[in-house]
Design a protein around this ligand. Structure first.
Ligand code: HEC
Length: 125
């Protein structure tokens, strides 16, 4: 006896889902979907405010910005809220392409810091 072959509708739906996966969240780590608490909050902020320039895998180069996994609270505050660097910090780049400052994210810095834990962002090969 043969198993019933899947209906064309099912095949079409599966194809659409695959394309959506490939296009929509191609390089997103499925672990991000499992995050809870502060890290999840940080993930949502990062997706909305940072991903346009920085890679979702924050250990990799983004379309515009450098890797920022492991950034300290101090660095995140200076950069995100004021577009500055902490005293004595040597920036990864000497460009000034990050814009604008996002002072309203002050309450979200601990969440961003939790999301940028290097353990969540394995270095790309
Ligand atoms: C418009 C693009 C853009 C956006 C949006 C953006 N960044 Fe950046 N970011 C950059 C660029 C480009 C640099 C490199 C320095 C420069 O040119 O300003 C940078 C540098 C940084 C640095 C310093 C890296 C280092 O160690 O020298 C941190 C930290 C950082 N960004 C965090 C963030 C976070 C967190 C967000 C979201 C809240 C964010 N950025 C949003 C483009 C962006």
């Amino acid at each position: 006896m043969h198993a019933r072959s899947p209906s064309p509708t099912l095949i079409a739906a599966a194809a659409v889902a695959l394309v959506a996966l490939a296009v929509g969240c191609g390089r997103e780590d499925p672990r991000f979907a499992q995050l809870t608490g502060l890290a999840r909050e940080g993930y949502l902020v990062y997706k909305r405010e940072c991903k346009v320039c920085h890679s979702m895998n924050a250990s990799a180069d983004g379309p515009l910005g450098p890797p920022i996994a492991g950034s300290s609270i101090e660095l995140l505050e200076a950069r995100v809220l004021r577009l500055q660097y902490p005293p004595g910090y040597t920036p990864k780049r000497d460009t000034r392409a990050m814009f604008p400052a996002l002072p309203h994210l002050a309450p979200k810095i601990p969440a961003l810091h939790a999301f940028l834990d290097p353990a969540l962002h394995p270095k790309p090969e």
